[in-house]
Design a protein around this ligand. Structure first.
Ligand code: FEO
Length: 383
């Protein structure tokens, strides 16, 4: 695949992976992107996952017609992009490796050597000439590792964005961008909103026509849409009108309460009510929905004087990603000593700008007239 006559896609699709980064379901696989820039000198942008070294090296060979590349630029050291540095060095012993001081410290940890005779160490804002074009390196620490740098190829307005603007899903499967990009963003980068905001400020100063991320498709049209979503996500803003109900239910009574709330909200005109059973549905999908909407309802049972385990995990996932600027309603259930609402509130104590609804629904085992009236009041309050 050509980005243009001088920039060629040399990445791979992975349909064998069970869990990306050891935890994320990827029903449509994953792409590890890599690019080749041809000029008087040639540069390869990043490598790929360890299982695809043969395919990647064959892609380089084909794209260069058997010639040797001059540089391997290492923007990110997470192994889905760096695992084949050693094989690259074996295949092309005369090529140089371009990275920053943190990159080479990590290369030494992963490969036992930092290839001292091959290093080109760059600083933030420095450039590397390939002859007719120049690579400008833009550091983006914690998007999403500390050594991450991105690269601007001014001649063509191409921004190589490392993990930013990536998504789950291989490139030979057609699917909506935002859904899997949002799940990827909040799962993997979500904690680092401030760092993404810093990156967006740097990017705003560039004339970007094409974004080449390390996962997901190359973006070359309607860039304001993608940049706008990244701005909303990284500033913990509300993306969509509506509300998300996340529940756990042991015998179905808490589920009935959650579903009754959904019915009432819809009957009262709420534009969108998303709902998920945290024990049975993809946790990363629920995390993205919690960040997508401005209002969240948590429905769960009291359990071991705490809350049901999947709800505990869900809240931890939100809090560690800086969950903020949201309204939360609670439906608690408990047969002899309901205390889920108190426990939930305590778990958000350190979160910024969280407002709990005045109404808390208490289900004492099963729904009754009293708890149904509380659900009606909660629906009214949320709207
Ligand atoms: Fe795609 Fe942070 O690695």
């Amino acid at each position: 695949m050509k980005i243009n006559d001088n920039v060629i896609y040399i990445g791979v699709n992975d349909h064998q992976l069970d869990l990306f980064e050891g935890q994320y379901d990827v029903p449509n696989g994953m792409a590890y992107n890599s690019y080749l820039i041809k000029d008087e000198k040639t540069a390869v942008m990043d490598s790929v996952d360890v299982h695809f070294g043969d395919e990647w090296l064959a892609n380089i060979e084909k794209a260069l017609g058997g010639a040797s590349p001059d540089y391997l630029v290492v923007q990110h050291m997470e192994p889905d992009h760096s695992a084949n540095i050693g094989r690259f060095v074996e295949a092309y012993p005369d090529a140089k490796i371009v990275g920053n001081a943190k990159t080479f410290a990590m290369i030494k940890r992963f490969f036992g050597t930092d290839y001292p005779d091959k290093q080109v160490v760059v600083k933030d804002g420095e450039t590397l000439s390939l002859g007719g074009c120049e690579l400008k390196f833009i550091f983006a620490p914690m998007v999403h590792w500390p050594e991450v740098m991105m690269t601007y190829l001014e001649k063509y307005g191409i921004f190589f964005s490392a993990d930013a603007f990536g998504k789950f899903g291989a490139l030979d499967v057609e699917e909506d961008w935002a859904c899997e990009a949002r799940r990827y963003y909040f799962g993997i980068v979500g904690k680092y909103g401030m760092q993404v905001q810093n990156l967006l400020k740097k990017a705003a100063a560039l004339d970007i026509k094409t974004i080449c991320p390390l996962h997901g498709p190359v973006l070359s049209e309607n860039l304001d849409y993608y940049l706008g979503l990244y701005n909303t996500w990284s500033s913990y803003g509300v993306e969509s009108e509506g509300l998300f109900i996340a529940y756990t239910s042991v015998y179905g009574n808490t589920k009935k309460a959650a579903e009754l709330l959904k019915e009432k909200l819809e009957a009262k005109g709420c534009p969108k009510v998303a709902i998920a059973d945290l024990a049975r549905e993809d946790m990363a999908e629920s995390v993205e929905d919690a960040f997508r909407y401005g209002k969240l309802v948590l429905a769960t049972t009291t359990y071991n004087a705490d809350i049901f385990p999947f709800m505990r995990t869900f809240i931890e996932e939100l809090v560690e990603r800086g969950y903020q600027n949201r309204t939360i309603g609670i439906i608690e259930n408990g047969t002899w000593a309901p205390m889920a609402a108190k426990v939930i509130k305590s778990k958000f104590e350190k979160s910024k700008n969280i407002t709990f609804t005045e109404t808390t629904v208490t289900v004492a085992s099963a729904l009754n007239a009293e708890s149904e009236a509380q659900i009606e009041a909660l629906a009214d309050e949320l709207l």
